[in-house]
Design a binder for this molecule. Structure first.
Ligand SMILES: [Zn+2]
Length: 313
């Protein structure tokens, strides 16, 4: 799955190359691409044709285009589901067709926006904008109105989010992944943020201090910001792309996908364990696991450098 930094790179590409352009023609050929649209491919074509793209927006891992300068509740937007392998490519309209292309929008500058998706978990949906359920008044695609603010948003309140997390009596990592609590943090960056914080993902959120939980959110933002800096510049000007987790952002990862390799802080081998049907990666010394019974982790001290956010206990 693409994570927030990858989606933000796609958003920036769309902002540079698609915003300001009119849509002259639309084709949706993929059988699954329009499956979330009640009226199917025809409805997508009818509601996009003739529109002028005036915004490329994102909250968490949700990405959408807005049209005709109409950013009010009820106005149409195009919600782009990248799924596992979705790509939004901008090419010249006479470029040769590519495999796995399921939709395209011809633009009035001689280019076209292509939706390419090998594994077909993604798709396009035209939906009205609606107010976010979090009461902030932010407008989101109606089908994503439940999505909470992400740590990059100007209105993101880390302390309020940390309080909401602490009120829930469950594992901190489970809450970091809950898009109705905080959006945009996926499995990779949850592991990275917890490692930077020196907190094991199975620790109960209610047993951590407010400072510690706010620290995890801070680290989530900074690790994603670092990833964006590492990968956000490696794009060909006309190629707006997302390849999911295994691509160009790997360099910036300290624990994710590094089971058996030494922790870059203390040298202990990184461990992978199953969690929520995925893998969690952590350093067993820097991030002392809680006992499986659910009892609190003990107060073992950590050798080596002091850890940010280690005031937690
Ligand atoms: Zn370590």
């Amino acid at each position: 799955m693409p994570e927030l930094p990858e989606v933000e790179v796609v958003r920036r590409g769309l902002e540079s190359h698609v915003v300001g352009r009119g849509i002259t023609r639309v084709e949706v050929t993929g059988a699954r691409t329009a499956r979330r649209q009640p009226g199917g491919p025809t409805e997508i074509v009818d509601r996009l044709r003739g529109r002028v793209v005036t915004g490329a927006q994102r909250r968490g891992k949700y990405l959408w285009l807005t049209f005709d300068g109409d950013h009010t509740a009820g106005a149409d937007c195009l919600l782009v589901h990248l799924g596992m392998s979705g790509q939004m490519l901008v090419t010249t309209a006479d470029a040769p067709p590519v495999r796995h292309m399921h939709a395209r929008a011809v633009l009035d500058d001689g280019n076209e926006l292509r939706f390419v998706d090998q594994r077909t978990f993604g798709g396009w949906t035209v939906v009205p904008l609606a107010e976010a359920l979090d009461g902030t008044g932010v407008l989101l695609p109606a089908s994503a109105a439940h999505v909470a603010a992400d740590p990059f948003e100007p209105g993101f309140d880390a302390l309020a989010t940390a309080r909401a997390i602490r009120r829930r009596d469950t594992e901190i990592k489970r809450l970091l992944l809950d898009q109705t609590v905080v959006s945009g943090i996926g499995n990779i960056y949850a592991d990275e943020a917890l490692w930077r914080s020196g907190i094991h993902g199975r620790r109960r959120a209610g047993a951590l201090t407010l400072t510690a939980v706010a620290g995890v959110l801070d680290h989530a933002r900074s690790v994603m910001s670092d990833a964006l800096d590492a990968g956000g510049t490696s794009f060909d000007a006309l190629y707006v792309n997302v390849n999911g987790a295994s691509g160009y952002f790997d360099r910036s990862l300290d624990v994710y996908g590094r089971a058996g390799e030494p922790c870059s802080r203390c040298g202990t081998a990184v461990v992978r364990e199953d969690f929520m049907n995925r893998g969690s990666h952590f350093c067993p010394v820097c991030q002392v696991p809680p006992r499986r019974s659910g009892a609190r982790a003990g107060g073992r001290s950590v050798p080596g450098r002091s850890l940010p956010g280690r005031s937690v206990r």
